[in-house]
Write a protein that binds this ligand. Sequence first.
Ligand SMILES: Cc1cc2nc3c(=O)[nH]c(=O)nc-3n(C[C@H](O)[C@H](O)[C@H](O)COP(=O)(O)O)c2cc1C
Length: 211
Amino acid sequence: MKLDSIRRDYKRASLTKKDLITDPTEFFSKWMHEALSAGLRDATSMALSTVGEDGFPQSRIVLLKDFNSDGFTFFTNYQSEKGRAISLNPKISLHFFWPELERQVRISGIAEKTPVQASEQYFHSRPLDSQIAAAVSAQSSEVPSRDYLEEKFSNLKNQLKGNDPERPEHWGGYLVRPVKFEFWQGRENRLHDRMVYEKQADNWIIKRLAP
Ligand SMILES: Cc1cc2nc3c(=O)[nH]c(=O)nc-3n(C[C@H](O)[C@H](O)[C@H](O)COP(=O)(O)O)c2cc1C
């Protein structure tokens, strides 16, 4: 397999200070809106990186479910590997890549659990089978087989007779309060545009970085 000749030029757009908005979340909202309007699949998927007890960073994809001036919300199992890492070190990174728009966004922030009510509400808004799957899956722990999981799933499904399962206490949301954003727009000849917002006191300082 020959990979070293695979490359493409990025020519779609540019990003200058003039394009930015004082509030980075508002600027993120503009880019997310453009990603959704362009019909990108999985535009809300993001790589969540955490640093675990062993000091190794780990990334995995999760779905962004909400964002506002407080921060960015995703849902998961608090006892999963990511949940354990966050409880030891709540400093995390979120990373969006929208290849069709030649854009990436990196956000560093501090994760905290969302209020129980928000977890409860979101859990029960999911399709019934997804709720059942979340209830029977001890995410990130070893399981003996696929059959074991399917049996747990169908046992609970039969037991519930169409009703919602209870939300496991260890299933819920995290709100990530951002401290830094980087907006990256691919440009010609690899001279990409990189604009960074860093939070200092209550202000956002904007810088351009070399590509
Ligand atoms: C497109 C996509 C969306 C996903 N969304 C979520 C999600 O919102 N929450 C979640 O816990 N896992 C989600 N996953 C699964 C995670 O990537 C990961 O496998 C799982 O959370 C276990 O991660 P951990 O062992 O590092 O904790 C998603 C995976 C993909 C590919």
